[in-house]
Ligand binder design. Structure first.
Ligand code: BYC
Ligand code: FE
Ligand code: FE
Length: 474
């Protein structure tokens, strides 16, 4: 049984799901393990396999005590399977069955839907590792290099978390899905990753920090929705993944803040207010990168009006963000959501049954969180004394999925004609020249305690170590 097991760190697969007493699933996972390692060698971070990295590894699921810091070579990382402790009272949180007992097995009628959710979630984890695999060669410091690898190994562990669920609860189909997760490749036109955003290149560090700020933050909200699932093993997997996710979000939010701070300083320093003349990243380029990644991330929440989303909520497979703390009506049968739609070439407000707007409800939470970070960065800009302010583009800008896709909008969210878009989009999104410039300035800095010119040092080190610490042994 997957419940209430002690942490077993000595098994070939560290776990707290009682693998030792589950020989069939253990055997299946041991069979998958070498394929995973082969994938990691081929698609994981390039060229850093022999280096000792100062990494944290999950060793228990108790709050506070789960992380252990030590030098590890990435291929030797102990990828394990950890669920959060069983809840005292596991009742279904949301939907038609709210208040009934949660499931520890997969009900036949929801098997396909649950498998699809788990596979979609799982697919993003190795995808992100693939997208980031070249970044080690241009790291702005050993501190940042270590953080990149920490994120990468933990995304690998998230794949393990989902593959365990597939093997344990979905039999032959689940094992096949587990294999296919190692066969798709980010950006490969013949076998792409499932969601669009996970096929975009992420090949410079401005993109990396935008990715961990915006894409991992989508991960946070999707995991938070799955944490409210009626399927307990999924809920508890996601709950533990969220504790790791917090660090990825820290890397993104503070990484962007450090670039923004440095860009503002260089803007002030330069006689013409030109950060690029000082070898830095100009603030308008940062704005274009934010526009790009934020808009792609909005796509990850699915369509604004979604019968999929309504069904998933009705059946209790996903809940809302903090379903039990924030809401008293867990069925959401009566409410409506006022949605801005495009009708006959004009923006109009339309009421949509709340359940059909569940993707939009989660997207709202996400946008609120991103706005909080933007405000924080703008306070840094104000303090430095530059006039420039950053903003989030409208949720309608540059969308590829949902009701706004196929129309053109400016960052303020106003409908524009395609000609205006063609004329203006290079002001709103990163250009090939921007990419080339970022490529040019991003030279690796591998000396302990030193940082590239285009980014500020963080305020402190990690894992109890000072900034000058050799976070990666070169
Ligand atoms: N790209 O009813 P709709 C993370 C498809 S990130 C391509 O509008 P639904 C992480 C959709 O699949 C979090 N296709 O949407 C971050 C459907 O296809 P079918 C990942 C898309 O189903 C950083 C059709 O369009 N977790 O963890 O309500 C690093 C109509 O769908 C896209 C999850 O995604 C897209 N952007 O919601 C590492 C959670 N959007 O079925 C990791 C699991 C939609 O008609 N997934 N489509 O062929 C879900 O909950 C839902 O599947 C979605 C879509 C929210 C993604
Ligand atoms: Fe993840
Ligand atoms: Fe993450």
């Amino acid at each position: 049984m997957p419940q209430a097991c002690a942490v077993d760190l000595n098994d070939q697969i560290p776990n707290n799901v009682g693998l030792a007493d589950d020989p069939k699933v253990r055997r299946a996972l041991l069979h998958w393990q070498p394929k995973y390692l082969e994938w990691w060698q081929e698609m994981g971070p390039t060229d850093f396999a022999p280096n000792d990295i100062y990494l944290r590894t999950a060793v228990s699921v108790d709050s506070g005590g789960w992380a252990n810091y030590d030098y590890v070579r990435m291929p030797d990382y102990r990828w394990g399977i950890f669920l959060s402790p069983q809840r005292r009272e596991s009742l279904i949180r949301a939907g038609d069955l709210a208040g009934q007992r949660a499931w520890n097995a997969v009900p036949g009628e929801y098997r396909t839907a649950l498998r699809r959710l788990i596979v979609t979630q799982a697919d993003t984890e190795p995808a992100s590792v693939e997208q980031q695999r070249m970044l080690g060669h241009t790291a702005p410091s050993l501190y940042d290099l270590r953080n990149l690898f920490q994120v990468n190994v933990e995304e690998g562990r998230h794949l393990w978390a989902m593959v365990y669920l597939l093997h344990k609860f979905f039999g032959r189909d689940g094992r096949d899905e587990g294999d296919m997760l190692l066969e798709r490749r980010s950006g490969d036109p013949d076998k792409p990753r499932i969601l669009g955003t996970f096929n975009q290149p992420c090949d410079n560090w401005l993109s990396f920090f935008c990715f961990t700020m915006f894409v991992d933050r989508d991960g946070k909200y999707q995991l938070a929705a799955l944490k409210e699932s009626a399927f307990e093993p999924l809920a508890r997997s996601c709950e533990f993944m969220l504790t790791e996710e917090a660090f990825h979000l820290f890397v993104g939010e503070t990484g962007l803040c450090r670039i923004i701070r440095r860009s503002a300083e260089l803007t002030k320093l330069d006689p013409n207010g030109d950060a690029r003349a000082q070898g830095g990243i100009d603030l308008p380029l940062i704005q274009r990168a934010i526009n790009y990644w934020f808009s792609f991330c909005l796509d990850l929440f699915g369509g604004e009006i979604s019968s999929n989303a309504a069904e998933v909520f009705a059946n209790g497979l996903k809940g809302r963000f903090k379903e039990d703390q924030r809401y008293s009506d867990h069925r959401a049968l009566d409410g409506v959501y006022a949605l801005t739609t495009v009708d006959n070439g004009r923006l109009q407000t339309r009421e949509v049954p709340l359940r059909n707007a569940m993707n939009e409800v989660l997207r709202d939470e996400y946008i609120r969180d991103c706005t909080r970070a933007l405000n924080k960065w703008n306070r840094v800009l104000a303090k430095t004394g530059v006039d420039f302010r950053l903003s989030l583009p409208s949720r309608r800008f540059h969308r590829h999925h949902g009701i706004y896709a196929g129309h053109s909008f400016n960052p303020a969210g106003e409908l524009i004609d395609p000609d205006t878009w063609n004329l203006m989009h290079t002001h709103w999104l990163p250009t090939p020249q921007d990419q080339a410039y970022l490529h040019e300035i991003m030279q690796p800095v591998y000396e302990p305690g030193k940082f590239a010119n285009w980014i500020s040092p963080p305020s402190r080190g990690l894992g109890g170590q000072p900034l000058e610490f050799a976070y990666v042994r070169m």
